[in-house]
Ligand binder design. Structure first.
Ligand code: ARG
Length: 568
């Protein structure tokens, strides 16, 4: 077994009493044809002897003890050495910059490029809660990827093409003057969109008029092009408000229209590879019994969502040089991505291995939750965020009446928006998320406000400490060895690993859950030990632990695109 193979199986025991590391010896015992417990006992004895003999390697590692427990070899590191590593890492990252924005970073992705397609709304339609998931999961994965050393390109695959733009242009020319496109551009745009569809139900001939307009748009009619561009601009400006609230940044907008002049090449390539088949006047790529054929061109000549995604995948690989290409899109599009990836595979593109549909479940609204919806079932994202901010403002008003108006506004935004993001990221993304205001905004439960509150607690302890002219001492920390301190240190020390595994599975919930565990460990520590009125050197050392907790909570929250407040 290689060192890497051994490293890969080493675990972190659930309880600190079982040591800092556990090595399951089953795979090795199998190779050596020996009973795992006997092997574990032999190794434990060997290491214990070396520790006793003052072996320099054991000293360097700070090994304190090796014990066999069944087929596991459990290793304990000296508290001092373990604690020292944490403090040094935090100190180094703070020296580098006050936000500790490199803490927990690794270079597993170094030299590799990751393209991530997320949020990607559809022009003229407001982002709805479904886009919330595509947006916040995407942004968190993007941040995590950067922490792992990937060069990241965040891409907005804006839905900006299709026959609906012909309809919309027709509607705009017909009724545009009745609406305030100057003052209320986006609501007007959405209004004519809705009106067209209502109207078309009564007058089916409108469909054909819309299609004809779209044909002209596709053929490059300058006036229609200008109208369409305006729709795109109006929509992007509207989405930007939501992205700003959520702390989202894309690097590139590559809407569906971007691929218009690349579709022919895709078709020719498919034809050349003899994958394209004419079926009822439409061009398709048959995909066997496993799934329905992938539609490439409709019988009326129109291209499709899938055609654009094929062109886009090829673009991301060949021009953006993506090693990994992620699509953060709901489960309802699983078949679509399966088909697209399958076609790419049939084309012989082995890089399709690096393409992943990062799928997620739906929102489920708790019964009785009132959400104002303007039209049918759609729940607008911006409205949800505004409501979260408003509700938070009320909670803060009662909890902390001393805040200034300005502070209250800022905190309400940080906490309200953070609460919605955290609720989204806390659970396995493949599951549906329950939307329940009470739980989302609870300051005590497993919620964003709870984590933010713990951060505030750490920050205000430090502030109090500093008010007395003192600083957390990250230089000479005395050994902290109570069970609560050891547990908190152990939790904080797993930060790197949490980031790595959170990214590896594209699972921000691993980080979100971890932050709750850190909070719980901090809370037990805080409950059991005095800090500010303790004597030196214990006081300074405990403050160092508070500072480490604060830094890790802040960094962890930021990676989830949640702001760590100073007060709340
Ligand atoms: N615009 C689509 C929607 O809102 C999502 C696009 C996802 N990305 C892609 N490459 N298909 O449903």
């Amino acid at each position: 077994m290689s060192v890497e193979q051994i490293e890969a199986v080493i675990e972190r025991p659930k309880k600190i009493e079982h040591g800092h590391l556990a090595w399951p010896l089953f795979p090795l015992a199998k190779i050596l044809r020996r009973p795992p417990p006997a092997l574990a006992a032999q190794f434990a004895q060997l290491i214990q002897d070396r520790i006793a003999a003052g072996d320099p390697n054991c000293q360097k590692l700070g090994l304190a003890q090796a014990v066999a427990v069944g087929g596991f070899l459990n290793l304990t590191i000296r508290d001092e050495a373990f604690q020292d590593r944490l403090i040094q890492a935090v100190r180094a990252s703070l020296r580098h910059d006050p936000q500790a924005s490199t803490l927990g970073n690794s270079d597993v992705g170094k030299g590799r490029r990751l393209v991530i397609d997320y949020s990607s709304p559809n022009v003229a339609k407001p982002m709805h809660v479904g886009h919330l998931r595509a947006t916040v999961i995407g942004q968190a994965i993007r941040n995590l990827a950067q922490s792992q050393g990937y060069e990241v390109i965040g891409l907005n695959h804006l839905g900006d093409w299709g026959v609906q733009f012909g309809k919309l242009a027709w509607a705009y020319r017909q009724w545009g003057h009745e609406y305030d496109f100057e003052g209320k551009a986006f609501p007007s745009l959405f209004a004519i969109y809705v009106r067209f569809h209502e109207e078309a139900e009564k007058r089916p001939e409108l469909e054909a008029l819309g299609s004809a307009e779209f044909k002209k748009l596709e053929d490059g009619d300058p006036e229609l092009q200008a109208i369409w561009k305006r729709f795109v601009q109006i929509s992007l400006a509207e989405y930007q408000k939501v992205w700003d609230l959520l702390g989202v940044q894309h690097d590139l907008v590559r809407g569906e229209s971007f691929y218009n002049d690349r579709l022919q090449a895709v078709e020719s390539m498919l034809e050349q590879k003899k994958l394209l088949v004419l079926s009822d006047g439409a061009y398709v790529v048959p995909l066997g019994d496993e799934m329905p054929p992938c539609l490439i061109r409709k019988s009326d000549g129109a291209s499709l969502y899938a055609t654009r995604d094929l062109a886009s995948a090829i673009y991301r690989r060949e021009e953006l040089k993506a090693d990994l290409n992620l699509y953060v899109v709901g489960f309802e599009q699983s078949l679509h991505f399966k088909q697209v990836f399958k076609v790419l595979q049939l084309c012989g593109y082995d890089w399709v291995e690096g393409c992943h549909h990062v799928a997620f479940g739906l929102y489920r609204f708790k019964e009785g939750v009132k959400m104002s919806t303007r039209k049918g079932q759609v729940i607008f994202l911006e409205e949800v965020l505004r409501q979260a901010i408003e509700r938070t403002r009320e909670i803060i008003q009662t909890k902390n009446p001393n805040l200034t108006e300005e502070e209250r506004a800022r905190v309400a935004e940080e906490v309200g928006v953070g609460a919605v993001i955290f609720n989204d990221l806390l659970f396995d993304r493949s599951k549906n998320v329950e939307f329940d205001w009470d739980r989302i905004l609870s300051f005590e439960g497993d919620s964003g406000p709870y984590v933010q509150y713990m951060h505030v607690r750490c920050a205000s302890l430090i502030k109090k400490f500093e008010a007395a002219g003192l600083r957390p001492n990250l230089e000479q920390v005395s050994v902290l060895s109570s069970p609560e301190e050891r547990e908190l240190i152990r939790q904080l020390m797993s930060f790197d690993e949490v980031l790595e595994s959170s990214f590896a599975g594209f699972r921000p919930n691993v980080l979100a859950q971890y932050l709750l565990e850190v909070c719980a460990a901090f809370s037990r520590f805080y409950h059991e030990h005095r800090i500010l009125d303790e004597a030196e050197p214990i006081r300074g050392s405990r403050m160092a632990l508070v500072e480490c907790t604060r830094v890790i909570l802040a960094r962890g929250l930021r990676l989830l695109s949640i702001r760590p407040p100073q007060v709340m």
